[in-house]
Ligand binder design. Structure first.
Ligand code: KG4
Ligand code: ZN
Length: 368
């Protein structure tokens, strides 16, 4: 390591379907993404209509070394010049997480550099501190393919979950709709594109749990309601037209945006009770679904109406990437935490260790 206020961290992320490595430097408190290499596994999975964990793990094993080399060369650096290594240690698809963890441990062993096992959700949660220097505390809405949570980010390693989904994540609702309407993967961007040509008011979709006095979400009813509309269209017309699909996508996107806004509004009230002295608290939106323009606009409006500032990392740092993992490692290193190579890969790993999984959590179980 060079001086403690002038570091470079190599990040590795393999918890889902992107093989990613990145180098982030921090000099005098300023974080800079020096490289952000990502290899999408889109081609490997596209014929299956979703991610196949076994194929994902093999693809990570086949390509991770090259992706790491690319990250180092894009950053014009090498392992000797790296201060520490940070790797996603969970939650995620365990085969992929293990590939990343074993690779990172091997690099740490060979180089003698400190190693940090990072919670993928913490990576998403802290990115805004890299991109916007957001100060603790802030309210985080994490909306991705596997997670839908409202979290008080109180400090490094100090997170309080205010709400989570009791079934599907928001991104899952987008992905399942795309599958049902045969729009291909990745589902979210395909639904958003078609929704731009649609009428959100033609179909009425439910807003489950919207009026319940909790910050929890539910999205699985949306998918069922949407399937029913598709069945009705097929019965009446024998087909589902492009316009039908566009209208369904617009209705789905609006229902998700509406539910997210309603629960975020509740969480804002809870946050204000926790931090009454914050004059302009921040809402930070992270995770792949934050790429959705309609959802972003809805949340920005909510912030304007509620006296919160709105922050979202740029799109390439909102979806899965290794820069966020490198940054989380940098935060820990700069916080004086020693590296630790005794951690294990974890398929499930709640960010807030005090919260129990929700009863009725979906088929895949409570990932966080
Ligand atoms: O954070 P992320 O890259 O991966 C994890 O799940 O951790 O998020 C991926 C999710 C997918 O469900 C994808 O369909 C969704 O984010 N997504 C979107 C958009 N772009 C990505 N959902 C809605 N609109 C988008 N433009
Ligand atoms: Zn993610």
């Amino acid at each position: 390591m060079t001086k403690n206020n002038n570091i470079k961290v190599l990040g590795i992320e393999t918890s889902c379907d992107d093989t990613a490595a990145a180098v982030v430097s921090v000099a005098n408190g300023d974080g800079v993404v020096l490289s952000n290499a990502i290899l999408s596994q889109f081609e490997e999975h596209k014929n299956y209509g979703g991610i196949v964990p076994e194929i994902a793990a093999r693809a990570h094993a086949n390509h991770l070394d090259d992706v790491i080399k690319r990250a180092l060369s894009d950053a014009e650096t090498d392992l000797a010049d790296i201060s520490a290594i940070a790797v996603t240690a969970g939650p995620g698809l365990i085969g992929g997480v293990m590939v990343g963890v074993v690779t990172a441990k091997a690099i740490a062993l060979a180089t003698g550099k400190p190693l940090y096992g990072i919670n993928h959700l913490e990576g998403h949660a802290l990115t805004t501190r890299l991109t916007h220097k957001t100060a603790f505390p802030y309210l985080l809405l994490l909306i991705s393919g596997g997670h839908c949570q409202l979290i008080e980010v109180r400090g490094l390693g100090n997170y309080k979950r205010l709400g989570t989904t009791i079934d599907d994540a928001a991104g899952e609702a987008f992905d399942k709709t795309a599958k049902l309407l045969e729009l291909g993967i990745p589902g979210g961007p395909a639904v958003e594109k078609l929704a731009m040509k649609g009428d959100k008011n033609r179909f009425t979709l439910p807003r489950p749990l919207k009026n319940k006095a909790t910050c929890d979400f539910s999205f699985s009813g949306l998918k069922t309601a949407l399937r029913r509309e598709v069945e009705l269209l097929l019965k009446e017309n024998g087909t589902v037209s492009e316009q039908d699909k566009a209208d369904l996508c617009a209705a789905l996107q609006d229902a998700i945006a509406d539910s997210l806004a309603a629960k975020t509004k509740r969480a804002m009230a809870v946050f204000r009770e926790s931090y009454p002295d914050e004059s302009l608290p921040s809402l930070v939106v992270a995770g792949g679904v934050a790429a959705n323009q309609h959802i972003r606009q809805t949340l920005e409006q909510l912030c304007n109406d509620s006296g919160f500032s709105f922050t979202a990392p740029p799109l390439e740092l909102c979806t899965d990437n290794a820069a966020m993992i490198a940054w989380a490692g940098a935060e820990r290193l700069l916080n004086g935490e020693a590296g630790d190579d005794s951690f294990v890969a974890r398929p499930r790993w709640p960010l807030d260790g005090n919260t129990a999984p929700k009863v009725g959590f979906g088929k895949k179980g409570a990932k966080a």
